[in-house]
Design a protein around this ligand. Structure first.
Ligand SMILES: [Zn+2]
Length: 235
């Protein structure tokens, strides 16, 4: 079956997306070799984006974070737009994403499970007052709440656990889906591989530039750009 035939045959599509979905909007992939590893920083991104680093070197964290993580000029691409259309048309029940850029919601998607949180939400660690991303971007040094507490992005850092409700909601949607499209992820990163095991539906589709360990399990594998592939779907 082609992707179009699979979509025609499905009523409850769930889309599981990784970094590859956002790179087409110009947002760098932290885990790819041509990503940020080769850039000039005192520490590797995985160290900077860890809970320990945030707590101990908060100012250095924010220097990197403002510079590299807040791509607020990024716009939804063809993949985001088509998925929002599919939800409106009643074809797609949920998006599960590893990305933290909020681009699915910007494209109009409503039911989005953000496994790793969102840069658009920020909270005071002391009184939990919410702050907009602009408050982080436009400030300098360590962003502080009016109460004096430190503001932290609602992003899951390395060493931190995922939000339980988000994980459970995502698994629930995946287990009820009749079609699961995995895209832009190599599926080697927790929890992607584990969550896919909850899928019991008919059509398992994988769209990724490079081959993944999951390729052989899937009904359809497309080694292509996610936006290009999804854009061709006719609803
Ligand atoms: Zn506060």
């Amino acid at each position: 079956m082609t992707l179009q035939e699979i979509i025609n045959d499905s009523k409850r599509v769930v889309f599981f997306g990784g970094a590859g979905v956002s790179t087409e909007s110009g947002i760098p992939d932290f885990r790819s070799v041509d990503g940020l590893y080769n850039q000039k920083y005192d520490y590797p991104p995985e160290t900077i984006l860890s809970h320990t680093f945030f707590m101990n070197k908060t100012e250095d964290f924010y220097k990197f974070y403002r510079d590299k993580m807040l791509c607020l000029t990024a716009k939804p691409n063809k993949a985001h737009l088509k998925l929002a259309e599919m939800e409106k048309a009643g074809k797609l029940t949920a998006i599960v994403t590893q990305n933290i850029d909020g681009l699915h919601q910007a494209a109009g998607s409503k039911n989005v499970y953000e496994l790793h949180g969102s840069v658009l939400r920020n909270y005071c660690m002391k009184c939990h007052k919410p702050y907009a991303v602009e408050d982080i971007l436009n400030g300098s040094g360590v962003p502080k709440c009016t109460c004096g507490g430190t503001i932290k992005p609602d992003v899951v850092l390395y060493e931190e656990g995922l939000d339980n409700d988000t994980v459970e909601g995502a698994i629930e949607c995946i287990s009820r889906a009749d079609c699961l499209i995995i895209a832009g992820t190599s599926l080697t990163v927790y929890p992607a591989a584990g969550m896919v095991r909850y899928f019991r539906g008919k059509h398992l589709v994988l769209i990724n530039r490079d081959p993944t360990p999951m390729d052989e399990m899937c009904e359809l594998v497309l080694h292509d750009k996610v936006g290009e592939v999804l854009d061709k779907i006719v609803l």
